[in-house]
Design a protein around this ligand. Sequence first.
Ligand code: ARG
Length: 439
Amino acid sequence: MKLWGGRFATAESKLMEDFNSSLSFDKTLYKQDIAGSVAHVKMLSKCGILKKDEEYLILSALEEILQQIESGSLTIEGSYEDIHSFIEAKLTEILADIGKKLHTARSRNDQVAVDMKLYAKEKSNEIIIDVQRLIKVLKELGQKHSNVIMPGYTHMQRAQVITFKYHLLAYVSMLERDARRLHNAMDILDESPLGCCALAGTTYSIDREFTANALGFSKPVNNFLDGVSDRDYLIELLSAFSIIMMHLSRLCEELILWSTKEFNFVQISDQFATGSSIMPQKKNPDAAELIRGKTGRVYGSLISLLTTMKSLPLAYNKDMQEDKEPFFDSVDTVQASLKVMAEMLKTLKVNRNHMKEAVKMGFLNATEVADYLVLKGLPFRDAHSLVGKIVLYCEENQKAIEELNLEELNQFSNYFDETIYDYIEYENSLDKGIKKEMK
Ligand code: ARG
């Protein structure tokens, strides 16, 4: 069953066979592996390296294997070294000697490199769609609550009034960058390594442009050594995935905080929460906590592959087989997290009154009071200090600034007149501030 038994006198130890085999996880690549072989066979035939009838037989056998895998009649298992050996073995079972011609002018090194790139492209495109879906959900949620005001925070202290919609739009901006990052990474990886063979190309006159084109790449790679040992694109995508998870995790953290009794700004739907086995009153925001937790797992994959690639001499080394599990796992994790986040937001309840109450009690118009005094002629620094004293007075007397009467305000400055109340009305601050930007 080995693709390389010829030069070996003694059989491989069972321990080594299990240790070495990647089939249990690289079976994920069966579709890409067959697609790569299809392009390769067509090219070999076009270049006169395979005969037309051989091309026909190999292509139909590959198609048959694909269908059997997809229908479940062929299970990918057994003591094969990897998915490449598995498919070649099945081909040879069907076609005998003709099947053995598939690997002409190819190595598993360029084969696995092209498989991984095809997989990375397919999954990145899917993730871009998942990101766009989440963007849509965030925009819809914002629109549904477009006039809900809430405190904006810095240092987790109430700072200035904003709208809930504007807060959500910050996440939209982050996710739009995420989608661009994925597009950029796909742009850079868009070169086919097929035809690099083991490390130094082949003596056959093959056509790398043809296979690149057939597989949807814009061109073949420039350098064979680099082509078979480049895993930059996986690292770059893992980095983009990590940033997506970091963004989701920040939003999760806010949802978790906002759904506490202390904040009570939102309610996560029962569908995305769980209870406690001992405390009957509990409703825990598990979905948000899990996304926050899984962020660490994706960061781990990024660090794992960066570390695997560090100090690897050119060209292919078996260490690189370790790229697969972390990458596959991260793809699954990011996709699941984006989907759960979208559903959780679709069913989120917003407690507009609590948000509004928090705005009122947070002196969120203090900056506008200072701005008002500046318009009346006071230097900003003096205005800042004066409003600080007003806030102190309000705290002592348990009042909001807008609840002070003119007499009280004039104790601090004669610049105050009736117009102050309109000026520091929350809606008016929004109109002068973030709403200008939202147009
Ligand atoms: N399973 C291997 C991997 O994932 C495939 C490439 C094997 N190449 C080799 N020269 N042994 O990297």
